[in-house]
Design a protein around this ligand. Structure first.
Ligand SMILES: Nc1ncnc2c1ncn2[C@@H]1O[C@H](COP(=O)(O)OP(=O)(O)OP(=O)(O)O)[C@@H](O)[C@H]1O
Ligand SMILES: [Mg+2]
Length: 372
């Protein structure tokens, strides 16, 4: 299906070109407006909301290229087609690099004009469909977040409070057996709340907002802090933690809270999916424009066919080796989201039964010399 009645704008200083385009395209069923220079064209663009704009590259005053760039930054989804003279095919290519979808050399026949506009409107239709799909997905995601937070989180939180009231003896004496069971219910409900909060935080995560609060972060300090935090769980399994950090490794631009999550999840996993008396080695070093860190373990490993899915939300490797280990399958999805938000990359290498190695690259902050 084509856009049958579209709004079209023709920006050209030659009256004859504007009039003939208007005539031909109006006969095709479209609504056409003309503008004789770039500034006028930009004004019409603002109130007319065209689906497609034809722009003459060679105009007195504001050049067609400037108009094209301004239109592209105002709305990249509006299709722009440049009108070029015979000798300006190279500038047509340049225009396409700057956001033009197509070009039509002067002089052109009515059929050539209709063909190029029809192709442009097909592109516009596809862009609009894609946009509608994204808006739809975003709406579903927002509905899901509000459903989970109101319909699930609120009743669980209320139940936790009722259990507290019962334990306080407000509803009568509580036997020690009942107290034990209520404590277990309370623990499970709190785990569920924690999972819901984790998922909501991930679903509403906004990388652009996060980047506004980036600061210089020393990854070695972050790693040490995380290892301190997880030391007791490593001790329980007699897992040895070690850190090998290159000296004077540069800082990176990031969010300490988010990077803490990355370290805690990766080192936490390396302990959790390890064997008794296993090892977890963290390495931090500079490599090109990045600071890298690795978390290596000699734990249970991950089978090759399961590796592509470990960063998916709620994915846990199935199987008897991991099933007794508690987890929600959100940890690595959070890690990946945080690493992406820092402009970094994560990779994993694993040998089933032998161990796993996660490597993260984060762009380092480049401090310019004074005066440069
Ligand atoms: N270091 C590792 N060694 C072996 N398997 C791992 C390792 N890290 C992750 N996995 C596998 O990848 C799956 C996904 O990990 P992820 O951290 O996302 O979830 P989780 O640990 O199950 O739960 P959560 O982190 O939300 O508590 C895990 O269930 C586990 O099977
Ligand atoms: Mg985990």
């Amino acid at each position: 299906m084509l856009l049958e009645k579209a709004n079209l704008l023709v920006i050209d200083d030659e009256e004859i070109v504007r009039n003939s385009c208007t005539k031909i395209l109006t006969e095709e069923g479209h609504v056409v407006r003309g503008a004789e220079n770039g500034d006028q064209g930009l004004n019409v663009f603002k109130e007319f909301h065209p689906d497609l704009v034809l722009i003459d590259l060679k105009m007195p005053g504001k050049s067609g290229m400037e108009v094209l760039e301004e239109l592209e930054s105002a709305d990249p989804d509006v299709v722009k087609i440049v009108i070029t003279g015979y000798a300006t095919v190279s500038s047509a290519l340049d225009a396409m690099k700057r956001g033009a979808y197509d070009f039509i050399p002067k002089p052109f026949s009515p059929d050539e004009l209709v063909l190029v506009v029809t192709r442009g409107l097909e592109k516009r239709r596809l862009l609009m469909e894609k946009k509608a799909l994204l808006i739809g997905q975003e709406k579903i995601r927002r509905n899901m977040v509000s459903l989970v937070s109101h319909e699930l989180r609120a009743p669980i939180a209320a139940t936790v409070q009722y259990l507290e009231v019962i334990l306080e003896g407000v509803a009568g004496e509580v036997s020690s057996e009942a107290e034990e069971l209520i404590h277990r219910c309370d623990e499970r409900l709190r785990e569920m709340l924690e999972l819901i909060n984790k998922w909501i935080n991930l679903a509403v995560f906004d990388p652009i907002k996060l980047a506004e609060h980036f600061e210089d972060v020393n990854l070695s300090e972050m790693a040490l802090k995380s290892m301190e935090l997880l030391k007791s769980s490593a001790d329980k399994k007699k897992v040895r933690l070690s850190l090998e950090a290159q000296k004077n490794v540069p800082v990176i631009a990031g969010s300490k809270i988010c990077l803490e999550e990355v370290f805690n999840n990766l080192i936490g996993n390396a302990i959790k999916y390890n064997r008794k008396k296993g090892r977890v080695a963290v390495k931090i070093y500079e490599q090109g424009n990045d600071v890298c860190f690795e978390v290596n373990d000699n734990g249970i490993g991950i089978e090759k066919e399961n590796l592509p899915r470990i960063f998916d939300e709620f994915y846990r490797v199935d199987g008897r080796r991991t099933s007794p280990i508690q987890g929600s399958g959100l940890g690595l999805a959070i890690v990946k989201t945080m690493v992406d938000a820092h402009g970094g990359a994560i990779s994993v290498d694993s040998r089933f039964g032998d161990g796993t190695s996660f490597k993260i690259r984060l762009p380092k902050v480049i401090h310019l010399e004074k005066g440069s």
